[in-house]
Design a protein around this ligand. Sequence first.
Ligand code: G4P
Length: 533
Amino acid sequence: MSPNSDWAASEAARRRTFAVISHPDAGKSTLTEALALHAQAITEAGAVHGKAGRRGVASDWMEMEKTRGISVTSAVLQFAHRGCVLNLLDTPGHADFSEDTYRVLAAVDCAVMLIDAAKGLEEQTRKLFDVCRHRGIPVITFVNKWDRPGREALELLDEIEREFRLKPTPLVWPVGDAGYLRGLIDVREPGRMLRYTRTPGGAHEAIEALVPAQRAALEDEADWSKAVEELDLLQVDGAVHDQEAFLTGRTTPVFFGAAISNIGVRLLLDAIVDLAPPPGPRELEAGGARAVDAPFSGLVFKVQANMDPAHRDRIAFMRVCSGIFERGMTVTRAASGKPFATKYAHSVFGQDRSMVDIAYPGDVVGLVNATALRVGDTLYADQAAVFPAMPTFAPEHFAVARPVDLSRSKQFRRGIAQLDEEGVVQVLVSDVRGDQAPVLAAVGPMQFDVVSARMAGEFSAAVKLEMLPYRLARSTDAAGAEALNRSRIVQGEALTRIRDKAQLALFPDRWQAGSFEREFPAARLDHLIAAHE
Ligand code: G4P
């Protein structure tokens, strides 16, 4: 074994790469700030998101994100805690499922599922959890906003178990109902309670004081005995953390707190270090796996242009999967077999960038001006590797895009091509429609809003979108496409997806797809991966 592989293995062992998944407004930005504050990556809360009244590095960098209060792009925050390096990948906060989210989750080893104590599981939490399950990503749960009236703790656990078929195993238990928090019990050290004193505005860590069980029982009698009883109940029910069950997606350790006041955040951070898995071997397309101490390999999980309006550049985000990445090294792009020089490697968080000279498995590197790179690309050095392609999901919404101002056709085409390469939407074309009127296909309709905002803002080519009545896409071949376009009975249309040249057959519903199958029994019609199962 070379000294480099030992080095890669030991650095990998102290990496934790994770994402926070939640429904909008559950407190993801607040928790991100609180985590970074505890880990001392930044000295003052508020440096993460540029929300009203807070100073911000702004991971919400797009105008649209500012006005709509949603995060549609991703950023990576790196910080250290107890000798470990934590990489927090920001998932987009769309209300829809998006392919983007799926791709970010392809680059993490663990997820923190954030739940609003008053609302419980919400739509987006469910969808994101499904993605985690699909990818086999272990999930840690944090019940947030315990400083405000909310639901019963046991009731929330029931909901998780019932809906997600995932056994919650609390590692922290609240003393006092939501809105009346007296303190937290660290389940592994049950003889005491952690009491918090908030600091003004939550801008600093909340002060934790240890209160022995006897005193807690005296001072917070009813709440303390209720918490102890509940913990006993949970024990009897077998809700006990088991690392193996957690890593294989059968259980989720649960934490309670209030991100806004930094309550319970340190315990969560400790759990990420202690429980979240470090980067491990990564499955290869051809079978087998690439060990973390193998020569360098990386996976491009996101491509994003124009993050910084002043630079107008294009960044490919790559997760290091094995070996050591050194800036300037020449690697091979597996898809083309061509060399790729990594001179401009940055760490990117919102508009903050700094040069990255070296990175280890689990780290994310932003490769600037990487025009040759695409989402799903594998890069490697020395020993070839190809990671499985990122799945493309069945689109369910379709719209024809046209330039508002015909004199901006060139910018229109350039913009659409760029958004296609980034995977913001899938772009479908046909000879009949021509390239001035491509069909945009999306899994969630919010993707169209992103297209409209970016086309107008970045490419000065405002678009008109005309929704098409299709809701269903199937894959077909050239003969099937021709048959569909020829049919006078079936409502539908065949188009070519630019990204992979696949022929897609679009229908308003499955009855129309059925009548196509009856009319042309020999035509191929295959299912695509459905995002909403
Ligand atoms: P998001 O990124 O998941 O969308 O949520 P974000 O952190 O922006 O939080 C949404 C709202 O919830 C914010 O209030 C935030 O202050 C509040 N919040 C987050 N964590 C907690 C918590 O632990 N307890 C309580 N009580 N509130 C919390 P806002 O009024 O919408 O925005 P702001 O003006 O406070 O920024």
